[in-house]
Ligand binder design. Structure first.
Ligand code: G4P
Length: 307
C-alpha cells in the first residue's frame, strides 16, 4: 500500500506559522504519544530556531505508559521540556505551567537584565492535524481564559488567550503536515487515523496492525476478541488439521497466531462479520480492529519505540 498525505494548503499554513513564530517565545509542540516521531514534522526544528521548546506527549492515555516515560526521557535528552498529557480529560495539564517557567528561565533572566518585569511568556501551539491541538487549547485555556485582543506591535487580527499573568497563548495553532519518506511513518499515521481513510485499504492496514500487535503485544487480540476459547475448542481447523502430536499442535498454534490473515479471519468469525451467503466480510472485520485500536478499546498501545 502506498501511504500518501492528502494535499492541503501546506505552503499557506507554513507561511502563517513563519509569521506567527516571530511573535512568540515558546513553541508548544503536540505529538501523538503513540507515535511521537512519526507525528512530528521535522521542519518545526528549523522554524522554531532560537525559541524555547516544549513537547506535549498528547493522547498519553492511549499510549503505553512504559513508553511514555521512555519517550519523555528521549526528548528531554534532546533539550525539550516534556509533559505527558491527556487533553481530553485534562490530565497532566497542571504540570505545564511549572514546566513553562522552567524552560523559559533564560527569558526571565534576559528580561530582568533589561529592567523588564512581568512580561508574560507568549506561546504558540503547533502540530500536525489531529494530534489534539484544538482540544488542548480549549482544555488548557478552559473557561477562565480571556482573549486579550489586539495589541500594539502585534499583527492585526491575532488573538491572545491570557492563561494567567505569566502566560499568553496564540489562539490559532500552527498546522504542519506530516512529512515522510518512508512508508512505515505513513503507515503509523494511518493507524492512528491521521490519514484520509478513503485512500487506504482497510484490510491491508488491519493486517499490518495485527502483525505489529502479535509481535509487540502478544495475546492482546486473543483476549479482546475471545479467541482463546475458540482455539481450545479446535476452532482453527482447516490449515492445521491432522497434526495430532503435542509438539505439532503447539507449532501449528504458534504459526496460526503469527498468521495475520488467519487472525483477521478469526476476528471476523468471532464478531459475526458475514456478508450474504455466509462469506466472511474481512473488510468489516478489518474496520473493527482498526477502530478498536484508535478508540483505545484494544488497550494502551505505543506503535514506535525510542532508539
Ligand atoms: P487538531 O486540532 O490537532 O486537529 O486535533 P483535535 O483537537 O481536533 O483532536 C482530534 C481528536 O483527538 C478529537 O477526537 C479529540 O477529542 C481527540 N483527542 C485530543 N486530545 C486527546 C487526548 O489527549 N486523548 C484522547 N483519547 N483523545 C484526544 P474526535 O474523534 O475527532 O472527536 P471527539 O471524539 O472528541 O468527538
Amino acid at each position: 500500500m502506498n501511504y500518501q498525505w492528502y494535499p492541503g494548503h501546506m505552503t499557506k499554513a507554513k507561511r502563517m506559522m513563519q509569521e506567527n513564530i516571530k511573535l512568540i517565545d515558546l513553541v508548544i509542540e503536540l505529538v501523538d504519544a503513540r507515535i511521537p516521531l512519526s507525528s512530528r514534522n521535522p521542519d518545526i526544528d528549523e522554524l522554531s530556531k532560537n525559541k524555547f521548546r516544549m513537547i506535549l506527549l498528547n493522547k498519553a492515555d492511549l499510549a503505553d505508559s512504559r513508553y511514555n516515560k521512555e519517550w519523555a526521557e528521549y526528548f528531554k535528552e534532546k533539550g525539550f521540556s516534556v509533559v505527558e498529557v491527556n487533553s481530553k480529560s485534562g490530565a497532566g495539564l497542571k504540570s505545564i505551567q511549572g514546566a513553562v517557567q522552567e524552560v523559559c528561565r533564560d527569558k526571565f533572566e534576559r528580561d530582568r537584565k533589561r529592567g523588564i518585569v512581568n512580561r508574560p511568556v507568549r506561546a504558540m501551539v503547533v502540530g500536525i492535524p489531529n494530534v489534539g491541538k484544538s482540544t488542548f487549547i480549549n482544555s488548557f485555556a478552559g473557561k477562565a481564559c480571556a482573549k486579550t485582543g489586539n495589541k500594539p506591535g502585534v499583527t492585526k487580527g491575532k488573538q491572545w488567550i491570557r492563561l494567567n499573568k505569566g502566560l499568553e497563548l496564540l489562539d490559532t495553532p500552527g498546522i504542519l503536515w506530516p512529512k515522510f519518506e518512508d512508508q512505515k511513518t505513513g503507515m503509523r499515521l494511518a493507524f492512528i487515523g491521521s490519514m484520509n481513510d478513503d485512500i487506504l485499504h482497510m484490510d491491508e492496514l488491519a493486517l499490518e496492525l495485527i502483525r505489529f500487535l502479535q509481535q509487540h503485544y502478544a495475546g492482546l487480540l486473543e483476549k479482546r476478541y475471545g479467541l482463546d476459547e475458540a482455539m481450545a475448542g479446535g476452532g482453527f481447523d482447516g490449515v492445521r488439521k491432522g497434526e495430532e502430536d503435542e509438539i505439532g499442535k503447539r507449532t501449528a498454534l504458534e504459526e496460526w497466531q503469527k498468521d495475520a490473515l488467519g487472525m483477521l479471519n478469526r476476528i471476523g468469525e468471532s464478531r459475526h462479520c458475514y456478508s450474504k451467503g455466509e462469506e466472511l466480510d474481512l473488510e468489516r472485520a478489518a474496520g473493527i480492529v482498526v477502530d478498536d485500536f484508535r478508540s483505545g478499546k484494544l488497550g494502551r498501545i505505543t506503535l514506535e519505540f525510542p532508539v
